[in-house]
Design a protein around this ligand. Structure first.
Ligand SMILES: C[S@@+](CC[C@H](N)C(=O)[O-])C[C@H]1O[C@@H](n2cnc3c(N)ncnc32)[C@H](O)[C@@H]1O
Length: 193
């Protein structure tokens, strides 16, 4: 895996933000402090996959790899074609998919995945219509065994999805000040019915 020049990575990210601020959600990539905090919360087991939604330039992917999750067990989904190309070039051993997280079930069905341990979302959910949020959350939980959790980071101190309406228990598990903007890491679990 290659370590890109930080200036280049920031430039790539910023150019996309200029073009599409709502879908980027931030002007620069996540910090390694946030990436490490998230990766530490991933309950990975050999044979299972971690799915990352909204890969951007790969800041969080890098944290997952440094945590020791093998590249072959990471799937990154990115909507924007230029970012997809950047990610696929940076991480040739990671499964990088150009696709829309609202169609997560179709994407997973095409991949040779047996078990998903965690879905991580870096998607700017606060900017999304309610139907998109619901589709993403429902498909993420359908992809994981019962009892598994989804991780989401966000720049708002409030959960970016309607947790009650979606039947979720949401817990703010980390607050990372060394990120721009400072980020909250949420863990969602399905409420037992
Ligand atoms: C806040 S950035 C996070 C990027 C990176 N994970 C990081 O932390 O630096 C959000 C990313 O989600 C991508 N994105 C937005 N909507 C998406 C969607 N519906 N499906 C997949 N990716 C999406 C954007 O293109 C952008 O790369």
């Amino acid at each position: 895996m290659s370590q890109p020049d930080a200036v280049t990575e920031n430039e790539v990210f910023f150019k996309h933000w200029l073009r599409s601020p709502r879908s980027m959600g931030s002007i620069i990539p996540s910090s390694m402090h946030l990436a490490r905090a998230l990766a530490a919360e991933v309950p990975w087991e050999p044979g299972s996959h971690v799915i990352e939604l909204g890969g951007g330039t790969g800041a969080i992917t890098q944290g997952l790899l440094e945590r020791g999750i093998p590249a072959a067990n990471i799937v990154v989904i990115e909507l924007e074609s230029n970012l997809y190309n950047y990610l696929a070039g940076r991480y040739p051993d990671v499964t990088v998919v150009q696709g829309d997280a609202t169609r997560l079930d179709e994407i997973i069905a095409r991949l040779p995945i047996e078990r998903v341990s965690t879905v991580i979302s870096g998607l700017p959910m606060v900017n999304m219509p309610p139907a998109f949020k619901r589709a993403i959350i429902e498909q993420a939980f359908a992809a994981m065994p019962a009892g598994h959790a989804m991780l989401q980071y966000t720049y708002s101190p409030l959960a970016p999805v309607p947790v009650e309406a979606l039947g979720l228990d949401a817990k703010l598990i980390r607050y990372v000040l060394r990120n721009f903007p400072p980020a909250a890491v949420w863990r969602y679990r399905k409420k037992k019915t």
